[in-house]
Write a protein that binds this ligand. Structure first.
Ligand SMILES: Cc1cc2nc3c(=O)[nH]c(=O)nc-3n(C[C@H](O)[C@H](O)[C@H](O)COP(=O)(O)O)c2cc1C
Length: 176
């Protein structure tokens, strides 16, 4: 199985999240993560079509996904949306921002709506909120992974690697 992680990152924080999700995905036997940074240009629509799941990641900029991730979404219209190439694939998402709340939820909602328009099946985090900065899901959301930019490195790694594992388990469950 293949899980594509499509993300944007202006200053490297979301890139770290993407790496950690990939690490989590790669821990599952028989599952391979493919990282796709939208800033690298030419999107491999073939890789996305060949993936069983697509995870979307973006920093929260001005209360929504970054302009580069939005461009990717719009660019998917012809290669993926119109022919519904991603129908029934698993989808999930992650974001981070500077403020604890920072309107991050709106970024996940944008990704969820985008996935719904593609006929995808959204998998939430399925993780209870952590109660300290050392625990995963400290920001305390369910729709996807919400991270605080200045969270300590240990919590980021533990939290996001777990998210990768959770997404992969979701993938297996839905695939059965
Ligand atoms: C243009 C811009 C808009 C931003 N808007 C928000 C925002 O709405 N809410 C927030 O909490 N942080 C906001 N931030 C802070 C970023 O979300 C935060 O620095 C994030 O970790 C950046 O991720 P990146 O390093 O992957 O680009 C903004 C930063 C920039 C540059």
């Amino acid at each position: 199985m293949q899980v594509a992680i499509v993300y944007d990152s202006g200053f490297g924080h979301t890139a770290k999240q993407a790496q950690a999700v990939a690490e989590g995905v790669n821990r599952a036997p028989g599952v391979e993560a493919k990282l796709i940074a939208v800033a690298d240009g030419d999107i491999s629509w073939e890789t996305l079509e060949a993936s069983d799941a697509i995870v979307f990641g973006s920093p929260t900029y001005n209360g929504s996904v970054s302009a580069r991730l939005k461009k990717f979404m719009e660019d998917s219209t012809r290669p993926a949306f119109l022919p519904q190439k991603w129908r029934n694939k698993i989808a999930a998402g992650f974001t981070n921002s500077g403020a604890m709340h920072g309107d991050k939820l709106n970024s996940l909602i944008s990704m969820t709506l985008f996935a719904a328009q593609h006929g995808m099946i959204w998998v939430g985090l399925d993780m209870f909120p952590g109660h300290s900065a050392e625990e995963p899901n400290r920001v305390g959301g369910w729709l996807g992974a919400l991270m605080l930019q200045k969270v300590n490195e240990k919590a980021l790694r533990v939290g996001v690697v777990l998210i990768g594992v959770a997404l992969t388990i979701g993938l297996f469950v839905k695939a059965q």
